[in-house]
Design a binder for this molecule. Structure first.
Ligand code: GDD
Ligand code: MG
Length: 352
């Protein structure tokens, strides 16, 4: 049985001003009618033999997360509340320890809450392809053919070539967030995938690898569950124990170190909607290359993304820009600087 676990702890700061600490991007309908969290849950309906869904999120998002997931009608296993994020390795660890109590033989599918995957069939085929290997102790990743030397992704070197949704390929090397030069080298040499951030492994394997490579995380997470409190439908981790966990990602803590990694190539239109330019790419563009959302009026504007939330937004004579208007903040940026939005948010946080 596959037990899906959605990680919904990120703040999505590069999508400010729509994405806010109390309303992060995965809880917004940025790519259609549903929120990205809801699409992540609904996508599970395409998979075979799926058990109840678990979600790990920050306690401040609990009611939004619960309500949004209830609306999808997907069967729930539980919502685990973190007092504050310790990155993805502790989040996956607490999920594994809980799932182990109910479904010790299960394979867990770890899903980031904030990705778009338009081709659900291709996604389902890739998960199905990874399942036997995960059942036998493999740490399965899903690899995207890279298109640019992005430094915000993990890079996976597969042992041989493969096709989308085909066989799970043994991994020779996993490198999380290499510097620009290294990423350029990987692209030039070929045979590398981007890590999609979706993982498939058995509960047993994940716990074994945590014992081996991240015992302090596992220990803190065991304590956080031992001291956890039930609160309505939520499981509130013991704050002190959980905060004592080292903060680390699955990628650095486990994937770079394990010798059991596999990759299933995934060609499904995947995007992690990291920055505004990704939304410009995702939505259909008009003849001038613009994406207009809301009440927008443009004249001589090309290749731009303009999002009006609460009033008319008009622009003249711009090329490759991002404009995002909300009730209390307006962002204007050039397309090639969208990664820097997170610097603005850091600056804002220092101000508050
Ligand atoms: N519950 C919980 N708690 N979830 C978290 C936490 C946390 O502390 N931190 C992050 N998440 C969630 C985010 O909401 C997101 O859905 C997912 O886990 C991945 O976290 P990111 O912070 O977005 O990771 P990243 O983008 O830097 O890198 C990961 O994803 C890339 C692809 O998008 C890595 O797996 C890379 O290797 C990968 O290429
Ligand atoms: Mg991300």
């Amino acid at each position: 049985m596959i037990i899906p676990v959605i990680l919904s702890g990120g703040s999505g700061s590069r999508l400010w001003p729509l994405s806010r600490a109390l309303y992060p991007k995965q809880l917004l309908p940025l790519c259609g009618e549903n929120t990205m969290l809801q699409d992540t849950a609904l996508r599970l309906k395409e998979l075979p033999d799926v058990g109840p869904l678990y979600c790990v999120c920050n306690e401040s998002h609990r009611f939004l997360v619960a309500e949004q997931l209830r609306e999808t009608g997907v069967e729930m296993g539980g919502i685990i509340l973190e007092p504050s994020g310790r990155n993805t390795a502790p989040a996956a660890a607490v999920a594994a320890l809980l799932v182990q109590q109910q479904h010790p033989g299960a394979v867990m599918l770890i899903l980031p809450a904030d990705h778009v995957i338009p081709d659900t069939q291709a996604f389902a085929a890739a998960v199905a392809a990874g399942l036997p290997v995960a059942g036998e102790g493999g740490m399965v990743t899903f690899g995207i053919v890279p298109t640019a030397p992005e430094t915000g992704y993990g890079y996976i070197k597969a042992s041989r070539e493969g096709s989308s949704g085909g066989e799970a390929l043994p991994v020779l090397r996993f490198v999380e967030k290499p510097d620009r030069k290294t990423a350029e080298g990987y692209l030039a040499s070929g045979g590398y995938f981007w890590n999609s951030g979706i993982f498939l492994f058995s509960v047993r394997t994940l716990i074994d690898e945590l014992v081996r490579y991240a015992p302090a995380i596992l220990h803190a997470c065991r304590e956080a569950i031992a001291g956890a409190a039930r609160d309505l439908d939520f499981l509130r981790l013991d704050p002190e124990s959980f905060r004592a966990s080292p903060s680390d990602s699955i990628d650095y803590a486990l994937m770079e170190k394990t010798d059991r990694a596999f990759v299933v190539p995934l060609d499904a239109g995947w995007s992690d909607v990291g920055a505004w330019s990704a939304l410009w790419n995702f939505h259909a563009r008009d003849g001038q290359g613009n994406v207009k959302r809301g009440d927008v009026l443009l004249h001589d504007v090309t290749n731009s993304y303009v999002h009006a939330s609460s009033r008319l937004v008009a622009a003249i004579g711009l090329e490759s820009h991002i404009i995002v208007e909300t009730a209390d903040a307006v962002l204007v940026a050039s397309q090639d600087r969208v990664q820097d939005v997170k610097l603005l948010v850091e600056e804002l946080n220092r101000r508050e």
